[in-house]
Design a protein around this ligand. Sequence first.
Ligand code: T3D
Length: 267
Amino acid sequence: MSESLVLSSQSGAVRTLTLNRPAALNSFTTGLHGQLMEALDAAADDAQVRCLVLTGASRGFCAGQDLADPAVAPDPVPGAAPKDLGDVIERHYRPLVLRLRSMPVPVVAAVNGVAAGAGANLALACDLVLAARSASFIQAFAKIGLVPDTAGTWLLPRLVGRAQALGLALLGDKLPAADAERIGLIWRCVDDAVLQDEAQALAQRLAAMPVKALVATRRALDAAQSMDLEQALTEEVRLQRKLGASHDYLEGVAAFMAKRPPQFTDR
Ligand code: T3D
């Protein structure tokens, strides 16, 4: 039987996926990529799942690409042909980000420890990022002669602006979680002891909300980045027309009028 590189658990409508290569700080191998994609697809296809939590086993969240993986490690033989890293990115990291951003449910990253390289941007590609106070974010790419990938070039300036994005990407320094919260890179930093409980509570809260509208909100905010005001307003018309005809909208208004808690079911 193959090793479980991604652990999956379910609590109510919340699915939690745990990256599980702790000896190498949950860094990515081809095997981990394959299992994570499978787990994300399974969560997307399961109507019982209304929110996803992504976290890491043991002391790290994810140290990015496993640099010891023979598929990517430079061949030490002088004159050896370079590995095609573009191929690795195209086959694994690009689809991973697109999968995350098209999940039909909100995704919470519970960053339990260091998140470096592609591991940092994996977390930042999630909808809400909650990090333990001892966690940190490192754009490690420049230190090994690469550019930020896993959507780092797109995410960083949008999250924190060009000045901070360049500072993080060019220097590759370790950014403690509290500073990541301060500059707006992540949603919240919490004490280590409560991280997983807080992440589960946040996920349960999101799961009880109108998930379809939450996902439409994520998409609208992303899409508006490349729209002018008029286009964004037009898109809001389209989305509100669609959501206004949904069960969840009827239920939300009915529950408000009846002063009772809503029961949202759309996904
Ligand atoms: O290459 C391509 O295919 C293109 C794709 C690129 C995407 C990327 O993600 S590029 C960036 C890759 N990641 C890094 O450069 C980060 C490398 N790791 C570190 O800088 C440090 O490990 C950390 C700052 C993340 C943590 O430091 P520390 O002191 O807390 O832990 P450590 O002792 O360095 O690591 C613990 C173990 O994990 C250690 O193994 P050992 O000595 O106990 O057997 C270390 O080698 C291993 N480890 C950590 N990161 C990686 C790794 N092994 C393989 N690949 C890693 N990325």
